[in-house]
Design a protein around this ligand. Sequence first.
Ligand SMILES: Nc1ncnc2c1ncn2[C@@H]1O[C@H](COP(=O)(O)OP(=O)(O)OP(=O)(O)O)[C@@H](O)[C@H]1O
Ligand SMILES: O=C(O)[C@H](O)COP(=O)(O)O
Length: 402
Amino acid sequence: MTSFKTLDDLEDGQRVLVRLDLNSPVEDGEVQDNRRFDRHAETVRELAERDFRVVLMAHQGRPGRDTFVSLEQHAEILGDHVGRDVAFVDDTFGDRAISAINDLEGGEILLLENTRMCDEELPEEDPETKAETEFVRALAPAFDAYVNDAYSAAHRSHASLVGFPLALPAYAGRVMETEYEANTAIAERAFDGEVTMVVGGTKATDVIDVMTALEDKVDTFLLGGIAGELFLRADGVPVGRDIEGMDLFDDQWEANETTIRSLIDDYGDQIRLALDLAYEDEDDERAEIEVGDIEEKDRAFLDVGSNTVSEYAATIESSEAVFVKGALGLFEDERFADGTVGVLEAISETDCFSVVGGGDTSRAIEMYGMSEDDFGHVSIAGGAYIRALTGERLVGVEVLRE
Ligand SMILES: Nc1ncnc2c1ncn2[C@@H]1O[C@H](COP(=O)(O)OP(=O)(O)OP(=O)(O)O)[C@@H](O)[C@H]1O
Ligand SMILES: O=C(O)[C@H](O)COP(=O)(O)O
């Protein structure tokens, strides 16, 4: 299906430069462990076991943000997941980096400093320009091959992602391979039965883009979350009131009202909206109301209701393939997790082909004790996932294919 080379095509024992995506949440300066470490650990472990000298590159945050920190902590967390030491050098491509690389023995692993600390990394330029940067020209000669495992960053035309594949023989890592295959399935595969897509979350434009790109691939869109409420509002239901401190509705409504209305007009038969919604009552408990009984915009809705969950679950049960993008409610609060957890459980109980994506949404799987093994694929990508779903090509994947 793919035309890129993989680790199966690499001759053992070489010097490999490997790009991972370890971009993680950072709280009070502390890097938080997450599934990206676990997934990439497989690629790294395989390379170390095959006696490669393994040098890793990754980014964290962006200059100017609190999350823009050194990768020193990442080396330790990754080492725990790999089950081997991951050394760290606080240099990206200077003399200290080169000398640490040259000191490596077969089977040893070294992580270089945050690629975004290098000035030439970030400006979005074409691969040819990136291949000419000092960063790539200085580092590439120290290696025999380049491996890109950072599918979730592959929509960025940054030097570490698109420059090196032009300077070295380039291969896809295991995460790159599996993410690519699962996330492009909806655009590239033909399914025999019904294809269902659960769309929610907070970003109306993501939902609109997915629906527009996939209307001829998806039989039924099940809507929820803030995006679902915007569709309900277009359908004449007085919903869409922000909870304090959030600004999720009015700007999005203004910017997207016309598009949402025309989607409902054009594809109404494929779109299913919530039948009931949940809110917080005077006693701080979850309460539900039928959509038809909502008379004015006097409260914030934080989840879809139980009738909606049953209906959506029944549709999922009869589907051949189910894709998820975005949560159906504020699942971080247990009282408003029923919608998101209900559809995820329905998916996990059927043997349909399934892909769950979006950084926040997939977090619900472990939060509520479900197992990733019960899903076809749980993506670790955010921006790259939505681009793949909408058929957009990812520059970092394209250079590997070339
Ligand atoms: N009714 C609601 N009110 C408030 N928040 C909601 C509601 N419904 C869903 N959410 C929030 O939406 C978030 C997920 O939305 P988002 O659009 O970011 O989806 P994602 O695809 O998981 O993430 P990302 O695009 O960031 O990778 C969840 O954290 C959830 O709390
Ligand atoms: O975390 C991500 O989604 C990727 O690493 C891309 O990060 P960016 O949006 O800061 O480029």
